[in-house]
Design a protein around this ligand. Structure first.
Ligand code: 1GP
Length: 255
């Protein structure tokens, strides 16, 4: 990898290129052979990043999954940790998340203080990320585990001001998440409102289980999509969303 991940994301964003991250939840990996197939499909279809993690890891699979991804692809592996327990230094980078939509000090700064010395000793690239949970009309694991109130789906101005504050505090990415397996993804109007209010790359995920939903989020201004659950349920979705993103990116190259 010759370019740092954050720099790549910023450059892609400023050229208008959309990015795609496949989220692998280590708890849901039952069969290494199946995972290797999925990794190969992801590589063939130009997925840009692998995110690995989940809000609650009950198994002991994190390291194994990272190793499998690294053995089978050159793509960056980014940790998406639910807690400091989910750090594995064999990944390439870590989303250093601060849950700025919530008011739980433990997830705003407490866990980060505990993780800091471990991360400092590692060679992981640190991606300082303002994490916004958006209430998509259901109770996802992450909203329960974080013990915070997500931003209501129709309170666009709250999301906008939260994202702006995150950028002003120096965070380098904003990740708006409806939570894994959310019944509804974040609305395009909310994504567009946040996109207009910040300069840093905007990551969007949660409940994107169709190409239409993926395209709606991208057209509204998401710079990167994260898809997990939808691909676990329908592996073809990976190819469909990749095609949609690659077509959008090509259109951009042509014009
Ligand atoms: C969850 O944003 C990610 O934190 C992805 O969500 O699993 O619903 O795709 P899904």
């Amino acid at each position: 990898m010759n370019k740092k991940i954050l720099q790549t994301l910023v450059e892609r964003k400023s050229s208008g290129l959309k990015s795609f991250a496949l989220l692998i939840d280590p708890d849901k990996v039952r069969d290494s052979g199946e995972l290797v197939k999925l990794i190969n499909i992801a590589v063939e279809n130009k997925v840009n990043f692998f995110f690995v993690g989940g809000s609650l890891l009950t198994g002991n699979n994190l390291h194994h999954v990272i190793e499998l991804v690294k053995r089978n692809s050159q793509l960056p592996v980014v940790l998406f940790p639910g807690s400091t327990m989910h750090i594995d230094v064999s990944a390439d980078a870590v989303l250093f998340l601060s849950l700025i939509s919530g008011r739980n000090p433990e997830l705003l700064i407490g866990q980060q203080v505990i993780a800091a010395p471990i991360l400092k000793r590692s060679s992981l690239e640190i991606l300082p990320t303002g994490y916004l949970l958006i209430d998509a009309d259901n109770h996802t694991t992450v909203s329960y585990m974080s013990n915070t109130t997500p931003i209501p789906a129709d309170k666009h101005s709250v999301a906008v001001c939260t994202a702006m504050a995150g950028e002003m505090l120096g965070l380098k990415l904003i990740y708006m998440d409806a939570g894994s397996g959310a019944r509804f993804p974040i609305s395009p109007r909310m994504i567009a409102a946040v996109r207009r209010s910040i300069e840093i790359p905007l990551i969007v995920g949660g409940g994107i289980n169709s190409v239409d939903k993926a395209l709606a989020s991208l057209r509204a201004g998401a710079d990167m999509l994260v898809v997990g659950n939808g691909i676990e349920e329908n592996p073809n979705l990976l190819i469909e969303v990749s095609d949609a993103i690659n077509n959008l990116n090509q259109e951009l190259d042509i014009h």
